[in-house]
Design a protein around this ligand. Sequence first.
Ligand code: HEC
Length: 133
Amino acid sequence: MGVLKQLNRTLAVAALVLVPFAHADEMSDDAIKERLKPIGSVHVAGAQPVAAAGGARSGEDVYNASCTACHGAGVLGAPKPASADWKPRLEKGMETLLDHAINGFNAMPPKGTCMDCSDDEIKAAIEYMTDGV
Ligand code: HEC
């Protein structure tokens, strides 16, 4: 009787202890590696802020670096920033303007010569030039 009681208690304790590990397959080698991963990723995680610092340039930065040469003074009829020049162009819709800025349009060179600009950066530069128009 005493032995049976003891066995019962042991089983009860074993059940309590084992329940959290009921999904035994989660404790496979892969699962253990996965759990340890954050420790191994510390170096990668630490490198992320550096990548973030080299992120997208603002519309103003792109404009000053690549667009002002023509658009600043209206060279070859380039629409000047924040001027009524943009009114009829804005009527074409941002999608068309962005397409023309990326692929070129008459004397407007593709990407305004900013070949390493992303589409989003070109769009930001257009938004900067057309702000308040
Ligand atoms: C070499 C000169 C030059 C540079 C550099 C330049 N543009 Fe232009 N851009 C023009 C000219 C000229 C036009 C007018 C083209 C036309 O309407 O015939 C124009 C027109 C545009 C238009 C209007 C397109 C349309 O459909 O009406 C957008 C948008 C534009 N440029 C964006 C940019 C952006 C953004 C940059 C910088 C990343 C840039 N441009 C750099 C010359 C330039």
